[in-house]
Design a protein around this ligand. Structure first.
Ligand code: GDP
Length: 331
């Protein structure tokens, strides 16, 4: 029997938790012969730093699955040291010192950049690193290009990392400039990883993880290839489910509520459903939020089914439970 092909669209922390749930579920219940798990990761957060390509979302997912992520900080490798950064400060002014990377974390970026400089494309490099970590999962960058998300703010135009890390998400965002739109404006082609392109045409279930819709998922959806195919799939009533990153109108972590307010949205599930309305057939929200009047209205208007369950993943069991809930909807 053909395997069920699942693709999860993901940013970093929120997406990684759901991916972890699926990964453990599939391995624990011996579903590897039945389910083919694939991840499309936002690379809008990617960042050139000391000549290295840093891929925060891809790395968080890999470290989370390998169970070496620093769960307190939410990024980096657990118990990492910072010798390299502390030493480099002796040579270089501190204009880059707002960004931190531990020694092991840095090693991954050195290796990735080494392969890039040898002419390898990003998707192949991610595959190599995933295999070196012995992870049985296909992780794809959303595209091969370097295509950072830039933010027009009250402090001027900032790279996403400058906004988030250097300025601690304090600037007011006036506009998000997605990498795909910038490339297209410069007449450059967005290169979709080859295997992913064929997989997208043959997928059974698409899951939009509980990531930040504006800063983690929209960079993917702004790429014409995904934008077009998801809209077509929605018209064909394919299984495309999004999980809300909000619980009781609050983000579990990160600046999502502020981002929504900055850009004129009310910070609630209704806004998230409207952001995704052209692309999804099901929207999963937390049972504490419940199905309110707006759900029925939006359900009719955009043809979206609203479902509720516990979507707070604060333990491995809850991550697996959520993955199981989603899987049971379709198989
Ligand atoms: P980033 O790229 O590291 O910012 O990570 P994401 O965009 O993938 O994740 C950030 C989002 O994840 C935030 O908006 C959080 O509200 C959401 N999030 C984090 N943990 C959970 C959780 O346990 N459940 C749900 N539903 N959302 C979560």
């Amino acid at each position: 029997m053909a395997k069920i092909k699942i693709i999860i669209f993901s940013g970093g922390i929120g997406g990684a938790k759901l991916i972890e749930g699926f990964y453990y579920l599939i391995n624990r219940e011996n579903l590897t012969n039945q389910i083919d798990l694939n991840i499309v990761v936002n690379t809008g957060d990617d960042f050139l730093w000391y000549g290295l390509l840093i891929c925060p979302d891809i790395d968080i997912i890999i470290y989370t699955l390998k169970n070496i992520v620093d769960r307190n900080k939410g990024w980096g490798i657990d118990n990492d040291s910072f010798n390299c950064l502390n030493f480099i400060k002796n040579f270089y002014d501190d204009s880059l010192s707002w960004f931190n990377l531990g020694d092991k974390d840095l090693a991954i970026s050195i290796y990735r950049s080494f392969l890039l400089n040898k002419g390898q494309n990003l998707s192949k490099i991610v595959k190599i690193i995933t295999e070196k970590f012995n992870l049985k999962i296909n992780i794809y960058p959303m595209a091969e290009n370097y295509m950072p998300t830039m933010l027009e703010t009250d402090l001027g135009i900032l790279h996403f990392q400058e906004y988030l890390v250097k300025h601690k998400a304090q600037p007011i965002i006036k506009r998000i400039i997605y990498g795909a739109d910038s490339l297209i404006q410069n007449n450059e082609q967005v290169l979709i990883p080859q295997n992913l392109e064929s997989l997208m045409k043959d997928v059974d279930i698409i899951i939009i993880g509980p990531s930040n819709p504006l800063l983690s998922i929209n960079p993917i959806l702004h790429i014409p290839f995904y934008n077009k195919i998801l809209k077509e799939y929605k018209n064909q009533f394919k299984n495309i489910i999004a999980i809300s990153p909000l619980i009781l109108s609050k983000a579990v972590k990160g600046p999502l509520v502020k981002n929504l307010i900055d850009l004129g949205y009310e910070p609630n599930n209704k806004s998230i459903a409207e952001i995704y309305c052209q692309f999804i057939t099901t929207f999963l929200i937390d049972e504490r939020d419940g199905l309110l009047d707006y759900c029925e209205n939006l359900s009719k208007k955009y043809n979206i089914k609203f479902l509720t369950t516990n979507i707070l993943m604060d333990s491995i069991e809850k991550k697996i439970e959520l993955a199981k809930f989603i899987l049971n909807l379709y198989i």
